[in-house]
Ligand binder design. Structure first.
Ligand code: ADP
Length: 458
């Protein structure tokens, strides 16, 4: 059953029940009031007769006391002594026989209803005579009889009218809800999360419903967008990884073919194959590192002396092929700076920055500088290389991004992505500044570790 029909039925039932109650009350009140009036008139006539009898020991002229619709009768237990007109007799009710004045409703031989008042008259403290006064209730019965169909028809008409009005009102009341439901349904069918339920009404219950629904769609759209971007990134990652792995494999297979055909172990081909195999394992290691990072694996961190670590990495980096001067500007205070870190990953990140600087700088110098910045320490690798174009700068930390389209300098495009992940792992950050033709500066900021000093009670 629809909500509209339920509402309409509910209102109709309520109003019809109220009208039914009102009709019963009116009907009952009319009947009760009429009979009360009749009873009062019967009572006054009967008492006048009884008083006369008791005071003067005679029955007053009944005809003069009775009007056109009143009948008076005086009787003993068995005998009618006097009556105002010849309208027959009524039995003396048992209660009146016992000595109590009684009102009853009787019917005569023709079935006509009468209201009857029977008043005992005492002689020597015994009820000996009874004065009976009656009035026909024909008029009341006629009124009530004609009122019943009027009330019934009125009730039916009212129920129908109420039903129609309630149906119309319920339709109007739930029209906004229906509009909202329709819009929500079409959004669901089209699966277009950019659609919104239009609503320009007041901020009532329906307004709040629409607002909440649209808010939910906002959140869903945002979540869906993020999910789609993550899936896209994942797809790109897999495609790029496969592409990167395919190149060294092709070179190795080409060399094997060549060696097969030549029938000799050409040292140059062998060294090519060795270099490509090494590149592949390096790439695989980097892919593994990225996969671990994606899986949310966090290696354990421990307090480390940053100065020692940086000096050692720079010392080892001297062995990397480079064409320019390598300068260290590390203050002695750096040796006392502790960070909470993972030694192998920190080394790796620094080596990536140094390797890039050496790789891309052909003249000038590469400088490693360190200093305090806020609550942390910043390590900078500054080169005087070709620099990075402003449009490429924000993307250098993306996986597989390489500004050099020819990819002539080797590398996978994963180095800075890994270094940036390492920075995040330590609660730090990696940033880059660069000017084309002047050089680049990569800054790794790490928070300083300050162990909590145990409180001593002196
Ligand atoms: P790659 O393995 O290609 O070096 P990275 O993620 O380390 O990958 O670097 C991404 C890209 O950023 C590089 O391909 C290069 O174009 C640019 N880049 C990184 N470091 C430097 C630098 N010191 N000078 C100029 N360009 C750089």
């Amino acid at each position: 059953m629809s909500l509209r029909l339920r509402l309409a039925l509910f209102y109709t039932a309520q109003l019809t029940a109220a009208l039914l109650l009102f009709s019963f009350l009116t009907y009952g009140a009319l009947q009760w009031n009429y009979i009360r009036e009749v009873d009062a008139s019967l009572h006054s006539v009967a008492w006048r007769v009884a008083e006369n009898m008791q005071r003067f020991w005679r029955i007053p002229p009944l005809r003069s006391l009775a009007d056109r619709s009143t009948f008076i009768l005086v009787r003993t237990d068995e005998l009618v002594i006097a009556q105002s007109s010849d309208f027959g007799t009524f039995p003396v009710p048992a209660e009146a026989r016992g000595g109590r004045a009684t009102y009853t409703t009787e019917r005569d031989v023709n079935g006509e209803p009468y209201r009857l008042y029977t008043l005992p008259v005492y002689v020597n403290e015994q009820p000996v005579f009874w004065v009976q006064v009656a009035q026909p209730l024909r008029l009341l019965e006629r009124v009530l009889t004609s009122l019943r169909p009027i009330l019934g028809a009125g009730m039916a008409g009212f129920a129908l009218l109420t039903g129609a009005v309630a149906w119309w009102l319920a339709g109007r009341a739930i029209a906004p809800v229906q509009r909202v439901a329709g819009a929500a349904e079409s959004i669901g069918q089209s699966a277009d999360l950019s659609l919104r339920v239009p609503y320009s009404g007041p901020r009532d219950e329906v307004g709040r419903l629409v607002h909440t629904f649209n808010g939910m769609l906002d959140q869903l759209q945002e979540l869906y967008g993020r999910l789609a971007a993550a899936v896209d990134a994942q797809k790109r990652f897999v495609a790029d990884a496969s592409h990167e792995l395919r190149t060294p494999l092709t070179i190795i297979r080409g060399n094997i073919d060549y060696l097969e055909r030549a029938g000799t172990l050409d040292p140059e081909a062998l060294s090519d194959m060795k270099a490509e195999a090494a590149r592949m394992s390096e790439l695989l290691e980097e892919l593994l590192a990225m996969a671990r990072a994606d899986a949310g694996q966090k290696p354990e961190l421990e307090p480390l002396s940053l100065g020692l670590l940086v000096r050692d990495v720079c010392h080892k980096a001297e062995a990397l092929p480079h064409q320019v001067e390598f300068r260290l500007e590390l203050p002695p205070a750096l040796d006392r700076v502790m960070v909470l870190g993972h030694e192998a990953w920190l080394r790796r990140a620094l080596l990536i920055l140094l390797d890039n600087a050496f790789k891309y700088t052909t003249s000038g110098s590469v400088t490693v500088r360190a200093g305090r910045q806020g609550d942390g320490v910043v390590l900078q690798v500054i080169d005087t290389g070709p620099g990075i174009a402003p449009e490429d700068l924000p993307r250098v930390f993306d996986r597989f991004f390489r500004a050099d389209p020819a990819r002539s300098r080797g590398g996978s495009g994963l180095g800075l992505a890994i270094a940036s992940w390492v920075a995040g792992l330590h609660g730090g950050r990696l940033t880059a500044e660069s000017t084309v033709g002047e050089g680049s500066t990569f800054s790794l900021w790490l928070p300083i570790y300050r162990p909590a000093v145990p409180q001593t009670n002196s």
